[in-house]
Design a protein around this ligand. Structure first.
Ligand code: PEP
Ligand code: MN
Length: 347
Protein backbone atom coordinates (compact mmCIF):
# COMPACT_ATOMS: atom_id res chain seq x y z
CA UNK A 1 0.00 0.00 0.00
CA UNK A 2 1.46 3.34 -1.08
CA UNK A 3 0.87 6.27 1.28
CA UNK A 4 1.71 9.67 -0.25
CA UNK A 5 2.89 12.62 1.84
CA UNK A 6 0.07 14.79 0.47
CA UNK A 7 -3.66 13.97 0.34
CA UNK A 8 -3.26 12.38 -3.08
CA UNK A 9 -0.69 11.91 -5.85
CA UNK A 10 -0.63 14.30 -8.79
CA UNK A 11 -1.34 12.73 -12.23
CA UNK A 12 2.43 12.94 -13.02
CA UNK A 13 3.28 11.16 -9.79
CA UNK A 14 0.74 8.41 -10.55
CA UNK A 15 2.45 7.90 -13.91
CA UNK A 16 5.89 7.65 -12.28
CA UNK A 17 4.68 5.24 -9.56
CA UNK A 18 2.80 3.10 -12.10
CA UNK A 19 5.94 2.88 -14.25
CA UNK A 20 8.05 1.71 -11.29
CA UNK A 21 5.64 -1.00 -10.11
CA UNK A 22 5.08 -2.01 -13.75
CA UNK A 23 8.75 -3.02 -13.99
CA UNK A 24 8.03 -5.57 -11.26
CA UNK A 25 4.84 -6.91 -12.84
CA UNK A 26 2.49 -4.91 -10.60
CA UNK A 27 -0.10 -2.21 -11.12
CA UNK A 28 -1.56 0.53 -8.93
CA UNK A 29 -5.16 0.82 -7.74
CA UNK A 30 -6.23 4.08 -6.03
CA UNK A 31 -8.41 3.75 -2.93
CA UNK A 32 -10.19 7.09 -2.63
CA UNK A 33 -11.09 8.23 0.90
CA UNK A 34 -12.95 11.35 2.01
CA UNK A 35 -9.72 13.14 2.90
CA UNK A 36 -6.90 11.05 1.57
CA UNK A 37 -6.24 8.71 -1.33
CA UNK A 38 -3.94 5.74 -0.86
CA UNK A 39 -2.76 3.36 -3.58
CA UNK A 40 -2.84 -0.42 -3.45
CA UNK A 41 -0.06 -2.32 -5.23
CA UNK A 42 -1.77 -5.07 -7.19
CA UNK A 43 0.47 -8.09 -7.75
CA UNK A 44 3.38 -9.62 -5.86
CA UNK A 45 4.61 -6.68 -3.79
CA UNK A 46 7.41 -8.54 -2.03
CA UNK A 47 10.31 -7.33 -4.13
CA UNK A 48 12.49 -5.21 -1.84
CA UNK A 49 13.96 -3.28 -4.77
CA UNK A 50 10.50 -2.13 -5.86
CA UNK A 51 9.71 -1.01 -2.30
CA UNK A 52 13.05 0.81 -2.02
CA UNK A 53 12.48 2.63 -5.31
CA UNK A 54 9.03 3.75 -4.20
CA UNK A 55 10.25 4.79 -0.76
CA UNK A 56 13.02 6.77 -2.41
CA UNK A 57 10.48 9.06 -4.13
CA UNK A 58 10.35 12.45 -2.36
CA UNK A 59 6.54 12.55 -2.33
CA UNK A 60 6.01 9.12 -0.75
CA UNK A 61 5.55 8.91 3.03
CA UNK A 62 5.88 5.13 3.30
CA UNK A 63 4.92 1.78 1.84
CA UNK A 64 2.92 -0.58 4.05
CA UNK A 65 3.27 -4.17 3.01
CA UNK A 66 0.09 -6.19 3.00
CA UNK A 67 1.73 -9.40 1.84
CA UNK A 68 4.02 -11.18 4.25
CA UNK A 69 7.73 -11.05 3.33
CA UNK A 70 7.98 -14.69 4.47
CA UNK A 71 7.10 -17.04 1.65
CA UNK A 72 7.79 -20.15 3.71
CA UNK A 73 7.71 -19.28 7.39
CA UNK A 74 4.49 -17.25 7.36
CA UNK A 75 1.55 -18.68 9.31
CA UNK A 76 -0.51 -18.55 6.13
CA UNK A 77 2.11 -20.11 3.84
CA UNK A 78 1.82 -23.54 2.26
CA UNK A 79 4.30 -24.82 4.83
CA UNK A 80 2.00 -23.97 7.73
CA UNK A 81 0.96 -27.59 8.11
CA UNK A 82 4.60 -28.74 8.24
CA UNK A 83 5.40 -30.49 11.52
CA UNK A 84 8.84 -30.91 13.05
CA UNK A 85 9.61 -34.09 14.93
CA UNK A 86 12.63 -34.94 17.08
CA UNK A 87 13.34 -37.21 20.05
CA UNK A 88 9.93 -38.84 19.72
CA UNK A 89 8.14 -35.49 20.07
CA UNK A 90 6.13 -33.72 17.39
CA UNK A 91 6.50 -30.03 18.16
CA UNK A 92 3.18 -28.56 19.22
CA UNK A 93 1.76 -31.87 20.41
CA UNK A 94 3.91 -32.33 23.48
CA UNK A 95 6.41 -30.12 25.36
CA UNK A 96 9.89 -30.65 23.88
CA UNK A 97 12.77 -30.53 26.35
CA UNK A 98 16.36 -30.08 25.21
CA UNK A 99 18.81 -30.25 28.12
CA UNK A 100 22.47 -30.78 28.81
CA UNK A 101 25.74 -29.01 29.39
CA UNK A 102 26.57 -25.59 28.02
CA UNK A 103 30.02 -26.89 27.19
CA UNK A 104 31.47 -30.38 26.87
CA UNK A 105 34.74 -30.62 28.78
CA UNK A 106 36.98 -32.85 26.64
CA UNK A 107 39.17 -33.50 29.68
CA UNK A 108 36.20 -34.85 31.64
CA UNK A 109 34.00 -36.77 29.19
CA UNK A 110 32.42 -38.77 32.01
CA UNK A 111 30.69 -35.65 33.28
CA UNK A 112 28.96 -35.37 29.93
CA UNK A 113 27.97 -39.04 29.84
CA UNK A 114 26.58 -38.77 33.36
CA UNK A 115 24.78 -35.54 32.51
CA UNK A 116 23.29 -37.09 29.39
CA UNK A 117 21.95 -40.08 31.36
CA UNK A 118 20.65 -37.79 34.10
CA UNK A 119 18.82 -35.38 31.78
CA UNK A 120 17.24 -38.35 29.99
CA UNK A 121 16.09 -39.66 33.36
CA UNK A 122 14.74 -36.17 34.19
CA UNK A 123 12.59 -36.25 31.04
CA UNK A 124 14.64 -34.52 28.32
CA UNK A 125 14.10 -35.59 24.71
CA UNK A 126 17.25 -34.08 23.18
CA UNK A 127 20.70 -33.70 24.73
CA UNK A 128 22.56 -30.46 24.23
CA UNK A 129 26.31 -30.15 24.43
CA UNK A 130 28.55 -27.31 23.30
CA UNK A 131 31.41 -28.61 21.17
CA UNK A 132 32.52 -25.19 19.89
CA UNK A 133 31.78 -22.08 21.94
CA UNK A 134 31.30 -18.44 20.92
CA UNK A 135 33.28 -16.79 23.71
CA UNK A 136 33.53 -13.04 24.18
CA UNK A 137 37.01 -13.45 25.60
CA UNK A 138 39.40 -15.00 23.04
CA UNK A 139 41.57 -16.44 25.81
CA UNK A 140 38.84 -18.59 27.37
CA UNK A 141 38.11 -22.18 26.27
CA UNK A 142 36.82 -22.09 22.68
CA UNK A 143 35.72 -25.72 22.41
CA UNK A 144 37.42 -28.70 20.87
CA UNK A 145 36.78 -30.85 17.78
CA UNK A 146 37.31 -33.90 20.00
CA UNK A 147 34.13 -33.14 21.89
CA UNK A 148 32.05 -34.14 18.86
CA UNK A 149 32.93 -37.77 19.61
CA UNK A 150 31.89 -37.34 23.23
CA UNK A 151 28.60 -35.82 22.07
CA UNK A 152 27.87 -38.69 19.67
CA UNK A 153 28.88 -41.28 22.24
CA UNK A 154 26.34 -39.75 24.65
CA UNK A 155 23.75 -40.08 21.90
CA UNK A 156 24.62 -43.76 21.46
CA UNK A 157 24.53 -44.41 25.19
CA UNK A 158 21.16 -42.75 25.76
CA UNK A 159 19.53 -43.36 22.39
CA UNK A 160 18.59 -39.66 22.28
CA UNK A 161 19.30 -37.12 19.53
CA UNK A 162 21.86 -34.39 20.21
CA UNK A 163 22.11 -30.65 19.66
CA UNK A 164 25.30 -28.61 19.15
CA UNK A 165 26.07 -25.10 17.97
CA UNK A 166 28.02 -24.57 14.75
CA UNK A 167 29.63 -21.22 13.99
CA UNK A 168 31.25 -21.76 10.60
CA UNK A 169 31.36 -24.01 7.55
CA UNK A 170 34.10 -26.24 8.92
CA UNK A 171 32.17 -26.96 12.12
CA UNK A 172 29.01 -27.46 10.07
CA UNK A 173 30.67 -30.15 7.97
CA UNK A 174 32.16 -31.90 11.03
CA UNK A 175 28.77 -31.87 12.79
CA UNK A 176 26.94 -33.19 9.73
CA UNK A 177 29.47 -35.95 9.13
CA UNK A 178 29.24 -36.98 12.77
CA UNK A 179 25.43 -37.11 12.49
CA UNK A 180 24.42 -34.34 14.91
CA UNK A 181 20.62 -34.28 14.85
CA UNK A 182 19.99 -30.66 15.79
CA UNK A 183 22.22 -27.79 14.72
CA UNK A 184 22.14 -24.69 16.85
CA UNK A 185 22.68 -21.26 15.33
CA UNK A 186 23.78 -19.15 18.28
CA UNK A 187 22.68 -15.65 19.16
CA UNK A 188 25.87 -14.19 17.74
CA UNK A 189 25.36 -15.84 14.36
CA UNK A 190 21.61 -15.42 13.94
CA UNK A 191 22.31 -12.50 11.59
CA UNK A 192 25.15 -14.25 9.74
CA UNK A 193 23.29 -14.72 6.47
CA UNK A 194 26.04 -16.65 4.73
CA UNK A 195 26.07 -19.19 7.58
CA UNK A 196 22.24 -19.38 7.50
CA UNK A 197 22.39 -20.03 3.75
CA UNK A 198 25.06 -22.70 4.17
CA UNK A 199 23.08 -24.44 6.88
CA UNK A 200 19.91 -24.36 4.78
CA UNK A 201 21.78 -25.85 1.82
CA UNK A 202 23.83 -28.36 3.77
CA UNK A 203 20.93 -29.88 5.59
CA UNK A 204 18.50 -29.68 2.68
CA UNK A 205 18.44 -33.38 1.96
CA UNK A 206 18.58 -34.54 5.57
CA UNK A 207 16.07 -34.43 8.38
CA UNK A 208 18.38 -32.31 10.52
CA UNK A 209 16.61 -29.76 12.73
CA UNK A 210 17.90 -26.22 13.18
CA UNK A 211 17.53 -24.41 16.51
CA UNK A 212 17.82 -20.73 15.61
CA UNK A 213 18.56 -18.51 18.60
CA UNK A 214 17.36 -14.93 18.65
CA UNK A 215 20.20 -12.45 18.27
CA UNK A 216 20.90 -10.14 21.17
CA UNK A 217 20.40 -7.20 18.86
CA UNK A 218 17.58 -8.22 16.55
CA UNK A 219 15.34 -5.22 16.05
CA UNK A 220 11.98 -6.58 15.02
CA UNK A 221 10.36 -9.97 15.25
CA UNK A 222 10.28 -9.96 11.45
CA UNK A 223 14.08 -9.82 11.45
CA UNK A 224 14.09 -13.01 13.55
CA UNK A 225 11.60 -14.78 11.29
CA UNK A 226 13.53 -13.61 8.21
CA UNK A 227 16.62 -15.39 9.54
CA UNK A 228 14.54 -18.59 9.71
CA UNK A 229 13.25 -17.86 6.20
CA UNK A 230 16.87 -17.90 4.97
CA UNK A 231 17.39 -21.44 6.23
CA UNK A 232 14.05 -22.59 4.81
CA UNK A 233 14.57 -20.79 1.49
CA UNK A 234 17.89 -22.55 1.01
CA UNK A 235 16.41 -25.96 1.59
CA UNK A 236 15.50 -26.84 5.17
CA UNK A 237 12.14 -25.90 6.67
CA UNK A 238 12.87 -27.68 9.98
CA UNK A 239 13.59 -24.46 11.83
CA UNK A 240 12.72 -23.87 15.47
CA UNK A 241 12.85 -20.31 16.84
CA UNK A 242 14.65 -19.95 20.15
CA UNK A 243 14.33 -16.68 22.09
CA UNK A 244 17.15 -16.58 24.66
CA UNK A 245 17.03 -13.09 26.12
CA UNK A 246 18.17 -9.86 24.54
CA UNK A 247 20.46 -6.98 25.34
CA UNK A 248 20.51 -4.71 27.36
CA UNK A 249 19.98 -6.98 30.33
CA UNK A 250 17.30 -6.51 32.93
CA UNK A 251 19.22 -5.49 36.05
CA UNK A 252 20.13 -8.74 37.84
CA UNK A 253 19.56 -11.06 34.89
CA UNK A 254 22.11 -11.99 32.24
CA UNK A 255 19.88 -10.68 29.46
CA UNK A 256 16.39 -9.25 29.10
CA UNK A 257 14.07 -12.27 29.29
CA UNK A 258 11.95 -12.47 26.13
CA UNK A 259 9.71 -15.51 26.53
CA UNK A 260 6.80 -13.05 26.32
CA UNK A 261 7.35 -12.67 22.55
CA UNK A 262 6.07 -16.22 22.02
CA UNK A 263 2.42 -15.31 21.26
CA UNK A 264 3.60 -12.49 18.96
CA UNK A 265 5.81 -14.87 17.00
CA UNK A 266 2.97 -17.33 16.73
CA UNK A 267 0.73 -14.70 15.15
CA UNK A 268 3.26 -14.34 12.34
CA UNK A 269 4.83 -17.75 11.83
CA UNK A 270 4.04 -21.43 12.11
CA UNK A 271 7.59 -22.13 13.34
CA UNK A 272 7.71 -23.81 16.74
CA UNK A 273 9.09 -21.70 19.59
CA UNK A 274 11.50 -23.24 22.09
CA UNK A 275 12.60 -20.90 24.87
CA UNK A 276 16.11 -20.94 26.35
CA UNK A 277 15.64 -19.70 29.92
CA UNK A 278 19.26 -20.44 30.89
CA UNK A 279 20.88 -17.70 28.79
CA UNK A 280 17.92 -15.44 29.32
CA UNK A 281 18.19 -15.11 33.10
CA UNK A 282 21.71 -16.50 33.40
CA UNK A 283 21.48 -17.93 36.91
CA UNK A 284 20.31 -21.39 37.89
CA UNK A 285 18.07 -20.02 40.66
CA UNK A 286 15.92 -18.08 38.18
CA UNK A 287 15.69 -20.74 35.45
CA UNK A 288 12.68 -22.71 36.81
CA UNK A 289 10.41 -19.64 36.98
CA UNK A 290 11.44 -18.50 33.51
CA UNK A 291 10.76 -22.01 32.18
CA UNK A 292 7.22 -22.05 33.57
CA UNK A 293 6.56 -18.54 32.28
CA UNK A 294 7.72 -19.63 28.83
CA UNK A 295 5.26 -22.51 28.73
CA UNK A 296 2.50 -20.24 30.02
CA UNK A 297 3.23 -17.89 27.12
CA UNK A 298 2.69 -20.77 24.72
CA UNK A 299 6.21 -22.07 24.08
CA UNK A 300 6.45 -25.47 22.39
CA UNK A 301 9.57 -26.42 24.28
CA UNK A 302 12.49 -25.49 26.51
CA UNK A 303 16.25 -25.61 26.02
CA UNK A 304 17.83 -25.77 29.48
CA UNK A 305 21.45 -26.04 30.57
CA UNK A 306 21.99 -28.83 33.11
CA UNK A 307 25.00 -30.58 34.62
CA UNK A 308 25.49 -33.39 37.13
CA UNK A 309 27.93 -31.21 39.04
CA UNK A 310 27.57 -27.57 37.92
CA UNK A 311 30.41 -26.29 40.11
CA UNK A 312 32.83 -28.58 38.27
CA UNK A 313 31.52 -27.60 34.83
CA UNK A 314 33.08 -25.19 32.35
CA UNK A 315 31.62 -22.40 30.19
CA UNK A 316 28.25 -21.24 31.58
CA UNK A 317 27.62 -24.37 33.60
CA UNK A 318 28.89 -23.28 37.04
CA UNK A 319 26.39 -20.40 37.18
CA UNK A 320 23.53 -21.44 34.89
CA UNK A 321 23.21 -25.21 34.86
CA UNK A 322 20.42 -26.89 36.78
CA UNK A 323 21.22 -30.02 38.75
CA UNK A 324 19.33 -33.09 37.48
CA UNK A 325 16.87 -33.04 40.40
CA UNK A 326 15.94 -29.38 39.83
CA UNK A 327 15.69 -30.09 36.09
CA UNK A 328 13.33 -33.02 36.77
CA UNK A 329 11.12 -30.85 38.98
CA UNK A 330 11.13 -28.02 36.44
CA UNK A 331 10.14 -30.38 33.62
CA UNK A 332 7.34 -31.90 35.73
CA UNK A 333 5.96 -28.45 36.59
CA UNK A 334 6.36 -27.21 33.02
CA UNK A 335 4.32 -30.19 31.83
CA UNK A 336 1.58 -29.22 34.27
CA UNK A 337 1.51 -25.70 32.84
CA UNK A 338 1.45 -27.23 29.37
CA UNK A 339 -1.59 -29.33 30.33
CA UNK A 340 -3.36 -26.27 31.71
CA UNK A 341 -2.80 -24.41 28.48
CA UNK A 342 -3.84 -27.27 26.27
CA UNK A 343 -6.80 -28.55 28.26
CA UNK A 344 -8.22 -25.51 30.06
CA UNK A 345 -10.26 -26.28 33.19
CA UNK A 346 -14.00 -26.33 32.57
CA UNK A 347 -15.94 -23.42 34.08
C1 PEP B 1 24.74 -21.69 24.31
O1 PEP B 1 23.69 -22.25 23.97
O2 PEP B 1 25.55 -22.18 25.12
C2 PEP B 1 25.01 -20.35 23.77
C3 PEP B 1 26.23 -19.85 23.69
O3 PEP B 1 23.89 -19.74 23.41
P1 PEP B 1 23.62 -18.28 22.80
O4 PEP B 1 24.05 -18.35 21.39
O5 PEP B 1 22.15 -18.11 22.98
O6 PEP B 1 24.43 -17.31 23.62
MN1 MN C 1 25.77 -21.61 27.42
Amino acid sequence: MILPKSHRLTPEQVIEVTAIVGQFGCSVQPIVGAVRTIYAIVGDERDDLMINRLEGLPYIERIDRIQSPFKLMDRRSDLATHRIRIGGVTLGEELLVIAGQCTIDPKNPNFFFETAAAVKEAGAHVIRGGVWKPRTNPYTFQGDNKSIEILMEASRQTGLPVDAEVMDEEQLQIALEAGVHMLQVGARNALNYSLLRSIGRAVARRDTIVLLKRSLHMGTLSEFISAAEYIAAFGNPNVILCPRGTSPALDGYRNHPDESITPLLKEKTWAPVVIDPSHSVGKAAYVPACSLAAVAYGADGLCIEAHVSPSQGIGDDPKQALTPDVLAETIAQAKQVWSLRHAPVAR
